[in-house]
Design a protein around this ligand. Structure first.
Ligand code: NAP
Length: 260
């Protein structure tokens, strides 16, 4: 299947590590021009070099997505440099464990880490997405629908991303801009590794326990599997798909709990 993504300019937040990195690599391999917006300098420089060495184009802007001014600059500079925006993958975020016992300031900070920049980038990119009839993919989480415990901020942000997916899908119908969400469950990434290693006395045993609860093949979803679904949703091969929540999770959320 040809995804017809050649020369499509696609912004990927957090696009040089974990799920974002896999998305950047995948769309670059499909001929798209990824534009990474992140704060991870070393990983970004390395990835840009690799993609450019392989003959593909890639760009990056370094900064903190919590800053509205950075989101605005990313969009303005992308358009100045490349003349168009065909897609946005809202991906950067962190499960920061801000629970009910934390104070309201921490809750607000968690929303800032995980939610506001999803809106800010789309807000500033809107005129260009209208021109290109672009596509938006919001990377949410199963936590939005299952909860996890002790993570009110992240759960609220991930749930709001799903609500915005439906809201924007409706708002943007007149412009043929499609908006979809992907809900990963368990994907081994630098963030996930850090969480396992810093939270549990025996991270290996915990990892095995988590895998044992994933119905399909008792393994984690790979970042590449999330990236493949994202590339499809960005492409015109999904041209009549909008407002959808796509669970790429090995059956984690929906399959029978009694499965052994
Ligand atoms: P990751 O490995 O930490 O990669 C995220 C990248 O985004 C990192 O480079 C991070 O920089 C960057 N970033 C985060 N906040 C930023 C900010 N405010 N400004 C600029 N850059 C920022 O994370 P991941 O596991 O791939 O997760 C990606 C997305 O998938 C997140 O939205 C997460 O909630 C979602 N998700 C992941 C899983 C999973 O199992 N991994 C499951 C469900 C949902 P630093 O390295 O400096 O932090």
């Amino acid at each position: 299947m040809n995804l017809n993504l050649s020369d499509h300019v696609i912004l990927v937040t957090g696009g040089s590590k974990g799920i974002g990195e896999a998305i950047t690599r995948t769309i670059a391999a499909e001929g798209a021009v990824p534009v990474i917006a992140t704060r991870s300098k070393t990983a970004t420089e390395q990835l840009l070099k690799e993609i450019r060495d392989s003959g593909q184009k890639a760009y990056a802007y370094l900064g903190d997505l919590e800053e509205v001014s950075f989101c605005k600059t990313v969009i303005e500079n992308t358009v100045k440099e490349l003349g168009r925006i065909d897609g946005i993958v809202n991906n950067a975020g962190v499960n920061d464990g801000v629970g009910l016992e934390n104070d309201p300031t921490a809750f607000r900070k968690s929303l800032s880490r995980n939610l506001y920049h999803y809106f800010d980038l789309v807000h500033y990119a809107l005129p260009y997405l209208k021109e290109s009839k672009g596509a938006i993919v919001n990377i949410s989480s199963k936590v939005a629908v299952t909860g996890q415990g002790q993570t009110s901020g992240y759960a609220a942000a991930k749930g709001a991303q799903l609500a915005l997916t439906r809201e924007w899908a409706v708002s943007l119908l007149p412009f043929s801009i499609r908006v979809n969400a992907i809900l990963p469950a368990e994907v081994m990434t630098p963030l996930y590794r850090k969480w396992l290693d810093s939270t549990f006395d025996n991270p290996e045993a915990k990892e095995e326990e988590i895998k044992s609860r994933i119905p399909l093949e008792k393994r984690m979803t790979t970042a590449q599997e999330i990236a493949a679904a994202t590339a499809f949703l960005l492409s015109d091969q999904s041209s009549h798909t909008t407002g959808q929540y796509w669970y790429i999770d090995g059956g984690y959320v929906h399959l029978d709990r009694s499965l052994k």
